[in-house]
Design a protein around this ligand. Structure first.
Ligand code: UN1
Length: 507
């Protein structure tokens, strides 16, 4: 179906033994099925402990070479990778869509996000600035400089199977680190495709292959990585549960972790919102990637005066959604990733009803020839009361809760009353409302937007959030500092040895 599958097959070690076996580690075998149509994409074998050890040692020795290459030259490698991605954008976008189930538009958007971060990293490779401080001592100079950490372990999730890796990889690499990537066990083929493209660049530039390693496996590999002190930084994206385990393992060896975990994102719609702007933002936020973005809009906090009007507009928009094969450009929404996700969707709706919520749209699994595999669901709208327990939970499915408010301070209170703190938004044309939302009394999230939805962030900003979202920042701004170690240097260019704080120590 996809040219990449054949290319991966031709490049893999044991492909000739079994036509459907595309990648072979030495661990257990697993069939990977597309959520789009339930068809087998191929089989892979997870890595075992020996594979892991090999990948790690290859990475550590590559680091000794890579760290000595000037940062702008490392940036040039990212430029070449970005160009390669441009050339392969359609094919890789299709594979993302087929293996993960998001609409092909969003699959292409994800590859574009990779291209953007490669270009950002190329420019950044000339801007890893340190500081100079004035010393209190004569003939002394103080500087702060940055060095690479070593090996960066990247653990990524199925929902953004390629972009989140690229955010981490590109910044980590230009900083002089090498990377080992453990993608989600649900999306190994997009990972293999990325690895294939990057290894072509690494080979063409005669660089050591260990600059970027790929390890396929389940959470056990993630656990081994997080306990391994030979990995200098673990950057993990995924569920809060996973993040808590990683955090404890890394902290117990006093290692560094960067966590980007769950979100429970809300949009506040005030009576001063432009609904023509708000409705498409709500829709894209709530049903994009079938509600499986960490930035998906899960709660809508609406001023009571416009509640009914907005509800009617939303119902109309939801009725127009086309749900089906995500590779067909006409469809807005593809399938959920697997049966467990469908069960979580059904369970959350039932739970919301038990807690007093009222389903006003959706709550249905689609089947028939246009919806094979049992993973297509109708995006759901639920009218909720602000104190329902379910509102605190991130369900990775297209369920949107509608909650009424009276005062803006109440809206902020509802918005912040969840354990997660990733993304948030307000729609208003009133300065006092938007500034209150952005003030210290406002949103407690890592991302706070005005007249822009909760999802679809640009790579130029730092991406991540507070509270159970984990506190890490990836991608743009000065996130690069998480991938380097800081060194403070005091240099004496005089003949004496004056001590700081004026201390006398004469012999
Ligand atoms: C994620 O869901 O883990 O802001 C990442 C967005 C995308 C990235 C989402 N640029 O929705």
């Amino acid at each position: 179906m996809n040219d990449f599958i054949n290319r991966i097959k031709n490049n893999s070690n044991n492909a000739e033994n079994n036509n459907s076996t595309i990648f072979k580690g030495n661990g257990v075998e697993k069939g990977i099925f597309s959520p789009v149509n339930g068809q087998l994409i191929g089989r892979i074998n997870f890595a075992d402990n020996k594979d892991y050890e090999n990948i790690l040692l290859t990475a550590r020795s590559a680091f000794l070479v890579w760290r000595k290459i000037p940062a702008p030259k490392r940036g040039e490698i990212m430029r070449q990778f970005g160009e390669k991605l441009r050339f392969n954008k359609q094919e890789l976008g299709n594979l993302v869509s087929y293996e993960m189930g998001k609409s092909v538009q969003e699959g292409l958007g994800e590859v574009q996000e990779m291209i953007d971060i490669c270009e950002f990293a190329t420019g950044l490779s000339r801007q890893l600035y340190g500081l100079q401080m004035h010393s209190e001592r004569p003939n002394h100079r103080m500087i702060e400089q940055w060095h690479p950490l070593g090996v960066v372990g990247i653990i990524s999730a199925f929902n953004f199977p390629v972009a989140v890796w690229a955010w981490n990889l590109s910044i980590a690499l230009i900083c002089g680190n090498v990377c080992i990537w453990k993608p989600s066990e649900k999306t190994p083929f997009t990972a293999l495709a990325c690895q294939l493209l990057l290894s072509e660049i690494i080979q063409a530039n005669k660089l050591p292959e260990g600059i970027s390693g790929l390890i396929l496996g389940d959470q056990l590999i993630g656990e081994i990585m997080s306990k391994d002190s030979r990995i200098d930084l673990i950057s993990a994206t995924g569920s809060v549960n996973m993040g808590k385990k990683v955090a404890v393992n890394v902290a117990s060896r006093l290692g560094k972790s960067l966590l980007e975990l769950g979100g429970n994102n809300a949009i506040i719609i005030t009576e001063n919102a432009t609904l023509n702007q708000a409705v498409p933002a709500i829709l894209f936020g709530a049903v994009g990637t079938c509600g499986q973005r960490c930035t998906s809009t899960r709660r809508l906090i609406v001023q009571e005066k416009i509640y009914e009007t907005l509800k009617i507009r939303l119902l109309k928009a939801y009725k127009q959604l086309r749900i089906g094969n995500p590779l067909n450009e006409k469809n807005h929404v593809g399938p959920l990733i697997d049966k467990e996700a469908v069960n979580a969707y059904l369970l959350a709706i039932r739970e919301a009803e038990n807690q007093g919520g009222k389903v006003i749209f959706g709550n249905e699994i689609l089947d028939g020839p246009d919806h094979p595999g049992g993973l297509y669901v109708i995006p759901t709208l639920i009218e909720a009361k602000k104190d329902m327990e379910i509102l605190k939970q991130e369900t990775f499915a297209p369920i949107l809760y509608l909650i009424k408010y009276v005062q803006i301070s109440e809206a902020i209170e509802i918005q912040n009353a969840v354990p997660q703190g990733l993304s948030s938004a307000i729609f208003t044309n009133r300065l006092m409302e938007s500034e209150f939302f952005l003030s210290t009394e406002g949103s407690d999230c890592g991302i706070a937007n005005v007249n822009v939805g909760t999802s679809g962030a640009e790579i130029g900003g730092a991406f991540g959030g507070e509270k159970e979202t984990g506190g890490g920042r990836e991608s743009g701004s000065d996130s690069w500092k998480s991938y380097m170690r800081r060194q403070t240097c005091t240099i004496n260019f005089g003949n004496d040895l004056p001590l700081a704080q004026g201390i006398k120590f004469d012999i």
